[in-house]
Design a protein around this ligand. Structure first.
Ligand SMILES: Cc1cc2nc3c(=O)[nH]c(=O)nc-3n(C[C@H](O)[C@H](O)[C@H](O)COP(=O)(O)OP(=O)(O)OC[C@H]3O[C@@H](n4cnc5c(N)ncnc54)[C@H](O)[C@@H]3O)c2cc1C
Length: 389
């Protein structure tokens, strides 16, 4: 990090910020009169490394109405999200104000980044839902092939079991990802910092990986029409690809989960989450969920037992994040289904309650069954001596 901040010498309140930063989303645009940049920079007396980074507020237009030394040098040419300008920004002796404490910039920035990580997870949910709606609509309209059980005429492709499978996979993924995101939001509202921190990398990492897979599945439902531009599903597929990359790649989310959220507190937060999960699983009495929780527990125990094997743990962090995501989303899906069951039994009939129960059942068969393989992948994969030369 080479951007510098030098006191301007006036009342000691302002600093001259100089440096460049690539990849700045909405770094410049004309939709608002002013743009306030939050910029990380080093003060002259800064200690080396991340402990020497401070945070500054740098406006495009200064309070006296003059233009600050902030300029967009160019726009990045991207795979997707063409509605979101990604800018190369230059700060040339730009006036900035210190935010928070000196040399504590990274910690301050994480207040925003943790929030952004949860929002990107939610963006993943929205992309899956949109992809599902488009695929469902197309599958109802496209007539191709006869029913596998026999039919006089050709049928809409939604009648073919393999298309049904794909649509159910997308729909169940959207519902499960949504319940996981909402529970992270619930823990945040309840002020439960440990649970929020534990779920943040899982929401960001697992859901956004899932969103790429499921947007691809939705494109597949469209056949050749998915690959051409008329149906617009290709745009979703391009746009969704950024989610596992920005706000910290999913590899970094997995490392955050493994080392900061599991090992640093000796598994305490995950233990608390598992207690809650076991209560829900106990009420549901569902073997598929219990199996998923057993797999998550056994890998978590394995991690805690091998805390010194950091290379091994870093190499399995990503499948562990997926194991945690699939399992915990299953817990919250089951919780939703239990509530729906309760309401149905109380005579409150509504299609959404039946659907919630059915989707949780499908999720348990289709997604939770992956936990056995993921647990094996975590414990067995050894990357030492990988032939990558
Ligand atoms: C469209 C777009 C918009 C963006 N918007 C913003 C923005 O508004 N503000 C902003 O500040 N940034 C923004 N970014 C930057 C974005 O957050 C980074 O690109 C992202 O965090 C990855 O960092 P990197 O590009 O340096 O990749 P690298 O760090 O070079 O990573 C390359 C690969 O190596 C892996 N890797 C790297 N280090 C490790 C490690 N220690 N352990 C394991 N794996 C590792 C990564 O997971 C990745 O797979 C944006 C990027 C894009 C593409």
């Amino acid at each position: 990090m080479k951007t510098t901040a030098k006191p301007t010498g006036g009342d000691g309140d302002t600093y001259a910020i100089s440096g460049q930063k690539i990849y700045i989303t909405w770094g410049d645009h004309n939709l608002t009169d002013n743009i306030i940049h939050l910029v990380l920079a080093r003060l002259p007396d800064a200690p080396a490394g991340v402990k020497g980074i401070s945070l500054f507020a740098v406006p495009k237009i200064l309070p006296d109405g003059t233009r600050n030394g902030v300029k967009c040098l160019s726009l990045e040419e991207k795979l997707g999200i063409h509605g979101s300008p990604t800018c190369v920004m230059e700060y040339n002796h730009a006036t900035g104000w210190l935010v928070g404490d000196k040399h504590a910039g990274l910690a301050h920035m994480f207040t925003m980044m943790n929030n952004a990580r949860l929002s990107v997870g939610l963006q993943g949910v929205a992309m899956i839902e949109r992809a599902y709606q488009k695929a469902l609509d197309y599958a109802r309209q496209r007539v191709q092939g006869r029913a596998i059980t026999g039919s006089d005429d050709q049928v809409p492709i939604i009648r073919h079991p393999d298309v049904m499978r794909q649509l159910m996979e997308i729909k169940a993924g959207a519902m499960a990802a949504r319940t996981l995101t909402y529970h992270a939001a619930y823990f945040m509202d309840a002020g439960d910092d440990a649970m929020t921190a534990l779920l943040t990398p899982i929401v960001k990492g697992w859901i956004t990986d899932l969103s790429v897979d499921l947007c691809s599945t939705a494109l597949q439902v469209h056949g050749g029409m998915g690959y051409v531009e008329e149906t617009r599903i290709a745009q979703l597929y391009r746009d969704v690809r950024i989610l596992p990359i920005y706000e910290g790649t999913n590899g970094i989310q997995a490392m955050d989960l493994m080392f900061r959220k599991i090992l640093r507190d000796d598994g305490a937060a995950m233990g608390k989450m598992m207690d809650l999960a076991r209560q829900i699983a106990g009420t549901a009495d569902d073997q598929r969920l219990n199996d998923g929780l057993d797999h998550l527990q056994s890998v978590t125990d394995w991690v805690l037992d091998h805390e010194n094997q950091v290379e091994r743990l870093a190499g399995m962090a990503h499948p562990y994040m997926h194991l945690a995501g699939i399992t915990l989303a299953g817990v919250f899906q089951t919780k939703a289904a239990l509530r729906a069951d309760q309401l149905l039994e109380a005579g409150q009939d509504h299609p959404i309650y039946h659907e919630t129960v059915k989707m949780a059942d499908f999720y348990a068969d289709y997604y939770l069954s992956q936990t056995a393989g993921l647990a094996k992948r975590c414990k067995q994969t050894d990357l030492s001596n990988s032939p990558l030369d």
